[in-house]
Ligand binder design. Structure first.
Ligand code: GLN
Length: 489
């Protein structure tokens, strides 16, 4: 039997009842991570010593503490742009190199307090900029379903680690789709919560008004459980809101009765792979069978979302990345004889091509003379997009779209054409612009056996509806196939 056939609660029960030790579970995850890394390159750091020590500590604490945490003994992987004390945080970049943050991100602190064991840091596109994981300075991640293909990005390492059954749960970050799109391409669940739901303290900033930590898992119930642990107000992040955090897992029901599901038909047209369209249309019918009422909705400004996103995200990135100057963190170029030259060389050698492209774009759209035409205009369009959703949610409780216009593409297929790569985010980045929550759920396989994902989005703070819909679908239509490259522990 595989322990990964258990959900997190069942696994935790086995550990606290001493049917299996936390050490054994964690050792299995570590073994799988090490073994599969040669093929997948999903991890940039594997913390065998730290994870084994923590697991032993948990085993020893059993029976001594009055209560055990909700994630007691569960092995977890963390994207390498989230600070974990004692481990590197490279953001997939040379410029941070082996930067070791002296503190834990709030989400990490909460995971640890719940008993989770961090086994390592996962590969990602440099500073989370990308849709294929090919922008990592440490080589691309490979998709466990077909190692010639990308896992999606930018949180490709976390998605591949869960899809390959190395860990049952991983954290990523989502600025324009970086959790949902790789979840879709790897056949797992990926949740991006409402902006302000999970603290960004300790998440390295890319586009601060868009960034959220997100959760990958094999089941909606597991994702729900982890969300209840890490969500909520944090005095270290003023954008977290004081909205109560429910026990999301306890709220799950196996149907969609009473839910009005909106379908924006106009988004099912040009550029959408016919197999993806068919799979998502099948899911709409499945929801009808589960009791949902299907309604048509319109998002008239959706067509501007890519343009709007790539102006706002690059503007914010150009400002956030100004701090990497060779003085405060990580890498410094050696050969310079004066300060400005040192900054220039450090940034030239430390950043990869995509990051430089974004810094230039962002600096351009913020420069005097262009600010009004681009940045300000994009902010106005962002408001129109939010209003589109507001109007749509007067008629429905959730909206369904594809997550990605195509299944996983080949490594190298889009690297020469940034615009084509940016179009991978057409369904996802609009959700970050509106600040609402979104989830990707597997909804079938293509004829060549690649996973397809659907995206569900809902009102601010209504993660419950998304998790409920994901749960109901997954019970009725489980994805039983497994990727050829996968551990089985
Ligand atoms: N692919 C998008 C980008 O490159 C989204 C990235 C993200 O969500 N971090 O900007």
């Amino acid at each position: 039997m595989s322990y990964l056939d258990c959900d997190l609660e069942e696994l935790r029960q086995k550990i606290v009842s001493r049917e299996v030790s936390a050490r054994e579970i964690v050792a299995r995850a570590l073994d799988a991570a090490e073994k599969l890394n040669e093929t997948l390159n999903a991890f940039l750091a594997i913390d065998r010593r730290g994870a084994e020590a923590r697991a032993a500590e948990l085993d020893q604490s059993l029976g001594k503490l009055p209560a055990t945490g909700p994630l007691f003994g569960i092995p977890i992987a963390i994207k390498d742009n989230i600070c974990v004390h004692g481990l590197q945080t490279s953001c997939g970049s040379r410029i941070l190199g082996d930067y070791h943050p002296p503190y834990d991100a709030t989400a990490i602190e909460r995971l640890r307090a719940a008993g989770a064991v961090i086994i390592g840091k996962t590969n990602c596109d440099e500073f989370a900029m990308g849709s294929s994981n090919e922008n990592s300075a440490y080589g691309p991640v490979r998709n466990p379903w077909d190692i010639e293909r990308v896992p999606g990005g930018s949180s490709g390492g976390s998605a591949a680690a869960v899809a390959a059954r190395i860990v049952p749960i991983a954290l990523g970050s989502d600025t324009g789709g970086s959790v949902r799109q790789p979840a879709a391409l790897c056949g797992i669940i990926g949740l991006k919560p409402t902006y302000g739901r999970i603290s960004r303290y300790g998440l390295v900033a890319f586009g601060s008004s868009l960034d959220q930590i997100g959760i990958f898992g094999l089941r909606a119930r597991d994702v729900a459980k982890v969300l209840s642990v890490i969500a909520g107000r944090d005095p270290h992040d003023a954008t977290t809101a004081d909205v109560a955090v429910p026990d999301y897992a306890a709220q799950l029901v196996p149907d969609a009765k009473g839910v009005r599901l909106g379908v924006p038909r106009a988004l099912f047209g040009e550029g959408l792979d016919p197999e993806v369209r068919r799979a998502v249309e099948g899911a709409i019918e499945a929801y009808r069978d589960l009791g949902a009422e299907i309604v048509e909705v319109e998002l008239p400004h959706a067509k501007y979302s890519i343009a709007c996103y790539y102006i706002i995200a690059t503007a914010e990135a150009s400002s956030n990345l100004a701090r990497y100057d060779g003085v405060r963190y990580g890498f410094r170029a050696e050969e310079a004889d004066e300060l400005i030259e040192m900054y220039r060389r450090t940034r030239d050698q430390g950043f990869g091509a995509e990051v430089k492209r974004r810094i230039m774009l962002g600096t351009f759209v913020l420069s005097s003379g262009y600010y009004e035409a681009y940045y300000r205009k994009a902010q106005q369009v962002r408001t129109l997009i939010r209003e589109d959703f507001h109007r749509a949610f007067a008629r429905c409780d959730a909206i369904i779209t594809p997550t990605s216009p195509t299944p996983a593409f080949l490594l190298g297929e889009k690297t020469d054409d940034p615009l084509k790569m940016y179009l991978s985010d057409v369904y996802t980045c609009i959700v970050n612009l509106a600040g609402i929550p979104g989830i990707s759920v597997p909804c079938g396989l293509s004829s060549s056996g690649l996973p397809i994902g659907m995206q569900l989005v809902s009102r601010h703070w209504d993660e419950s509806t998304l998790l409920r819909l994901a749960h109901a679908y997954e019970l009725a239509h489980p994805l039983t196939a497994r990727p050829p490259v996968a551990a089985n522990w």
